[in-house]
Design a protein around this ligand. Sequence first.
Ligand SMILES: *Cc1c(COP(=O)(O)O)cnc(C)c1O
Length: 518
Amino acid sequence: MSPNGSALDTPPAGAGPDPIAARAHLLNADSVGTYRRTVIEGVDRVAARVATADRPFTGVSPEALAPLVAGIDLDRPLGDTAAALDELHDVWLRDAVWFHHPRYLAHLNCPVVIPALLGEAVLSAVNSSVDTWDQSAGATLMERRLVEWTVGRIGLGPGADGIFTSGGTQSNLQAMLLAREETHRRVVGGAAERPSRADVLSRLRIITSAAGHFSVQKAAKLLGLGAEAVLTVPTDAGRRMRTDELARTIARCRDEGLVVMAVVATAGTTDFGTIDPLPQIADVCAAAGVWLHVDAAYGCGLLVSPTRRHLLDGIERADSVTVDYHKSFFQPVSSSALLVRDARVLRHATWHADYLNPARAVEKGIPNQVDKSIQTTRRFDACKLWLTLRIMGPDAIGSLFDQVVDLAAEAWRMLDADPRFEVAARSQLSTVVFRYVPPGADPSVVDEANLHAREALSASGAALVAGTKVDGAHYLKFTLLNPETTVDDIAAVLDLIAGHASWYADTRSAAALACPVG
Ligand SMILES: *Cc1c(COP(=O)(O)O)cnc(C)c1O
C-alpha cells in the first residue's frame, strides 16, 4: 500500500512499476544468464578489492561513513547492477575490515577457505531451508551426516546427535535450554511434593569460569534465570578453571538448597586461548550428577588437528558441546553447531505445528531438523563445511589451525623476551595477551598508553589488534587465525604499538611536568 492511497486504488495507466520488469529479477530458468552475469560482477568486485587491500582497514571513522549511508534514498533504486556495486564500494567495500590480511590480528575472525565460499554461493541460490524434508530434501541428510561426523570426532558415542546453529551464542543458549529442561524434569521427578516451575527455576545455577564467554550470562537471562544465576569460579595462573573451586561451589549450592543445572567448561577461552581441565571437570560433574557443557567455539579446530587433538581429551564426556566452524574451521559466518550426547534431549526444542511438522510425518519416518532447532527457517550452512571437507579434507583444515597455534607460541616467546612488553598467560591456542610496559614506565599512564596504542593503530589501518582487561588492567590481544601472518608481521606490529604507546607516555609526562597538578 502506498502511503497516500489505499491498496484498492487502481493506479493510473502507465504509472507504477512494470510488473514484467520486476519479474526479470527473479531467479528462474529464463534468468540464469542474468544470474550468472550479476553474481560474477559482484565476485569480480570483491576479488579486485581483496587483490588491492594493502592494509586490513582504512581507519575510517563512523562520523565519516555515517553521512554516506544516511544519504542514500532507499526508495529510489539505481536500477543498475554496476551503479549499485559502485555505491556498495563507497559505503562498505572500500573501508571494510579484511580478515584475510596478515596484519588483522584482532578478534576470532578467520580468513575463509574458497571451497566454503563456493558453498555459500550455491546454498543461497538454491535457498533450501533445513527445517523440514519438504523444504530441503538432500540438504537435511547432508546436515545430518556432518553432525554425525562432528559427533564422531568428539567421541560422544552412538546415541549422540546435534544441530547446526547461527553461532556459538545460539549453541550455548540451546545447550542451556536443554540443561534447564532436563534438570527441571529431574528435580520435579525426585520431589515428594511437586514444586512449582517458578520455584525450581529460581533455584537453578550455572557454573562457569571467570574466563568463560559472556553468552553464558546472556543465555541465563534469556532463559528466565537472570545473569545472577551464573556463578563464576576462579581460574588458576594459567587461566583455566580451578577444579577444586568448582567442586566447592557445587557443594555450597547444594548446602544452600540451590540446584546446579550445568557446568560450562571452555575449550579455548576467548581471551587467553586456554582449555579448562576437561577430564577433571568431567569427574566432578559425574560425581555430582551435573550436566557438563563444553564450549569449544574456539577450540573446535583441534578436532581436526593432526598434532594437537589430545588437548581436547575429556570433551567426549560432555553432555553437550558447542563448536564454531566459523572460527577455527575457516568457514564464513554463520557456521556453528550444538552436539549432544543423548539425542533424546533435543526434544526440548520440539513443538508440533499442523502446517509444518505434524507428529504424523515424524511417525512416518520423514526426517526433519526443525524438531531439533530453536530456529524454523534455517540456512543450509552445512553446505559450506560439506564442500570444504570434500575439496580440502579435514587434515588440511587442521593443518591451517596448527600453523596459527605454532605462530602464537612463537609470538609469545618474542613478547616474553622483549623488555618493552609484559605477556599474560600462555595460550594453548592462538591468542597472545600482552601490554606495553617498558622498564621504568610511569604506572599511572600504562593503561592509557595501551588504549591509545590500540586506537592509533586502528586509525592508521596498518594493523588491527584487540583489547581486553586482565585483573582490572588494560591489555592488548592478538588473535592469530591467519596462517599467512608471519613472525615479521608480528615484530613489525609490536614496533608500531611500542611507537604509539611511548609517544603517548612521553607526551603525557611532558604535559605533567609543564603543568603539575597535585
Ligand atoms: C566466540 C565465542 C562464543 C560465541 O560465538 P558466536 O559465534 O560469536 O556467537 C562463545 N564461546 C566462546 C568461547 C567464544 O569464543
